[in-house]
Design a protein around this ligand. Structure first.
Ligand code: C2E
Ligand code: MG
Ligand code: MG
Length: 681
């Protein structure tokens, strides 16, 4: 670096010119890079799936490469009448200080304590980093002329870089809370972009180019370095696109991991298990590993200890099970194991026996060795059976009252197990209702475009004192088969109406709530009586209640079903046809039913939009319902792709699915609705 002109008299100063458009472009690139870097910084502030350092690195790469490509775009905007080229290794090397300084600067600016000195350090590092990048970049220049720096402007350029970086990082750390506000974020990015560009152009003003021979500064002699321009623009834009693409990909991946995997064991969770049961088809063996009395350990030693027990069990499972088994953590204390492939049943039994005998030995958890009580229920099938069926058989084994938790492998026996679960649930249901072991959860139905809540479905849950959460898919059919479902339905109607009344009291916006009505109850005259009694008891408008009846139940007794549905509608209740498509529906029958809504079963949504068959069936049903003037609700929407698929239809059906919300308790859904309101407005 030279700071004074040579003493000879025969030098010729060269005047450069700037192309205004490219200068502007360089400013824009710098601001965009800052914006991307700020977005990454924001992620770091949120408790994220990836470590803070991960986002910090991405932020510094965005920033560093932004500074770098801004510099070279700025250089190509500069035209002097001699030819210019660059030393490639040096050019590449100049990225390093930019990325490194960005990393340190963001590290300090993100410190939780917003101490003044950490901003100051951050500003100084960032300013020096930008300057180092610039002057190394200048050094990489090869040209038919020499140059010197005017010392004061040279110093000023570094000073400016430090001051403006400090201001930008100061704004950033002070306004971090408000970075969600787009305008503030853009404002901060512009200041940061200006820090980079003002340094660059001041730095350029510090340079004097000269030559020992006269050079014509005629305009045809002035040329822009086109290849450099193209490379730097492409690098700048490609990096920014790449990073934002990467972020949205990561977002999706994180969504997926959080929703479908257990964070402790990294096994897929209950949701993934439910999904796989629908798609995986036939299986030879399925086992459910149940850990007994987990609470004993967590109550005595705390949750961290409980976690280390689960980790020890996971390690044993991974050690003993062959690669083609699939393991899920389906509940806090249960694992499901699927044996895929053409295995002999004996083989899977052997593997499980080995696993259980390993579990029999005390295992190391934390600083202790503990003996964990457990049992493994297993269900086989000679001619491959649906996974769901095997699973409910495994669950039936676990419900048996005489089950011992002595590390045994207990095989499903239809005579012993089916009967015992049924008997037990029938015995317990009255007590369950009385003691509120059963409760109602609500799942919203959302309009896919406006995102407004258009209603919700009331779904029953049973937290059984012995068996834990039992799925309604298990207990509803048992209650139906034993004539217990009518009382339960009346109980649900009472709970829902009371809930609407309470919402009304606290001034919550009210939405229509759907109640599932079991098959034989639809045509019973007492249902109408119960409904009327309950809505007048709580002074509720009947339009706030929708009744969901299943296709199969109405087909069985279509004449009476038509009369019943007409009666409901006359009194102001809406009626929806649930699980559409799963029964052998005859459209000619359905046309006679005065229903308002069709609910398409979630099995049609599986694999959409990739699954072309399901996609076209969905499209066809929706078009048909549209022409019959029926409202449509699609159940089981879980992914963004599925929502986009639904959005692409001409008429938009409502969506009920995990994508928007799982079923939530009355209290949780109230909080959820309030939070949403804040977000939307
Ligand atoms: P349904 O009436 O078709 O209810 C929809 C089911 O789909 C619910 O399961 C709901 O949790 C589930 N679901 C919603 N969105 C998604 C999603 O995105 N992915 C997946 N995989 N599932 C989703 P749930 O609560 O387990 O209920 C199962 C069935 O049990 C219900 O099917 C209904 O037939 C019956 N049921 C539930 N509550 C009651 C009730 O109070 N009375 C009667 N009679 N039956 C009920
Ligand atoms: Mg339903
Ligand atoms: Mg349904």
């Amino acid at each position: 670096m030279k700071f004074s002109l040579p003493d000879t008299e025969t030098i010729y100063l060269l005047e450069g010119e700037y192309s205004l458009w490219i200068v502007l472009l360089s400013v824009v690139i710098a601001c965009c890079a800052s914006f991307t870097a700020l977005s990454m910084n924001q992620r770091m502030q949120q408790t994220s799936f990836f470590s803070r350092n991960f986002w910090l690195i991405l932020a510094s790469v965005a920033m560093g490469l932004g500074i770098w490509s801004m510099h070279f775009i700025g250089m190509s905007a500069f035209m002097i009448p001699v030819s210019m080229s660059y030393n490639i290794p040096m050019t590449v090397l100049s990225i390093v200080p930019a990325v490194f300084a960005s990393y340190l600067a963001f590290y300090f600016a993100n410190k939780r304590s917003v101490a003044h000195w950490s901003n100051l350090i951050a500003g100084i590092i960032m300013g020096l980093g930008i300057s180092a990048m610039h002057y190394i970049g200048m050094d990489a220049m090869i040209m038919d002329a020499d140059y010197v720096y005017r010392p004061w402007i040279f110093l000023a350029s570094i000073g400016i870089a430090i001051v403006v970086s400090y201001v930008a990082l100061f704004i950033f750390s002070r306004l971090q809370k408000y970075m969600g506000n787009l305008l503030i974020k853009i404002g901060t990015s512009v200041v940061m972009g200006l820090a980079i560009t003002s340094m660059h152009y001041t730095g350029m003003a510090a340079v004097m180019f000269y030559s020992y021979v006269p050079v014509s500064s005629h305009s045809h002699n002035m040329h822009m370095d086109m290849p450099l321009l193209i490379i730097s623009i492409t690098t700048g834009i490609a990096i920014l696109l790449l990073l934002s693409g990467l972020t949205s990909l990561l977002d999706r991946y994180v969504d997926y991991r959080l929703n479908y995997f257990d964070s402790l064991t990294r096994f897929p969770n209950q949701r993934q298990f439910e999904k796989d049961q629908l798609t995986i088809g036939e299986v030879k063996s399925l086992a459910v590993l149940h850990i007994h009395n987990m609470e004993k350990w967590t109550n005595a030693q705390g949750y961290v200890f409980g976690d280390s027990i689960i980790e020890a069990i996971r390690d044993l499972i991974q050690l003993h099970l062959p690669a083609d088994t699939k393991v899920y953590r389906i509940e806090g204390n249960r694992f499901a194991i699927l044996f895929l492939g053409e295995k002999k049943i004996d083989k899977s039994k052997e593997v499980l026996e080995k696993l259980m005998s390993a579990m029999k030995r005390p295992m190391k958890a934390g600083n202790h060795h503990v003996l964990i009580d457990m049992v493994c229920a297993v269900s086989h099938s000679d001619e491959s059976q649906e996974a769901r069926e095997l699973f409910s058989q495994g669950m039936a084994v676990l419900q048996h009252p005489d089950l011992a938790y002595n590390h045994a492998l207990v095989e499903y026996d239809p005579v012993i197990h089916t009967y015992s679960l049924e008997r037990q649930l029938i015995r317990d249901i009255d007590k369950g209702l009385k003691e509120n072991e059963l409760f109602v959860v609500y799942q919203p139905k959302i309009h896919p475009v406006t995102r407004e809540i258009e209603g919700m479905e009331a779904l029953l849950r049973w937290g059984h004192p012995e068996h834990g959460m039992i799925s309604p898919g298990v207990f509803i059919p048992i209650l139906e088969a034993n004539g217990k479902i009518f009382d339960v339905t009346d109980w649900v109607i009472e709970k829902v109406c009371r809930q609407i009344f309470q919402w009304q009291q606290v001034g919550m916006p009210l939405h229509q709530v759907s109640i599932n009505i079991p098959g034989p109850y639809v045509t019973s005259p007492s249902l109408l009586g119960v409904l009327n009694y309950t809505i007048s008891k709580y002074k509720i408008d009947s339009r706030l209640i929708e009744l969901e009846v299943t296709e199969t139940s109405v087909i069985n007794d279509i004449e009476n079903a038509i009369i019943a549905v007409r009666n409901f509608r006359d009194l102001g209740f809406s009626v929806a046809l649930d699980d559409f498509g799963t029964g052998l529906s005859s459209l000619s029958y359905l046309r006679q039913l005065p229903i308002a809504t069709i609910k398409i079963d979630k099995s049609f949504v599986a694999g959409v939009p990739e699954n072309e068959k399901n996609s076209s069936v969905l499209r066809a049903i929706i078009t048909l319902c549209d022409s019959l003037n029926l409202k449509v609700v699609i159940e089981g929407i879980e992914t963004r792709e599925q929502v986009e698929f639904v959005n692409s239809m001409s008429e938009n059906p409502l969506i009920q699915g995990y994508y928007f919300s799982q079923p939530r308790t009355a209290h949780d859904i109230m909080i959820w609705m309030k939070e949403r309101e804040v977000l939307v407005h």
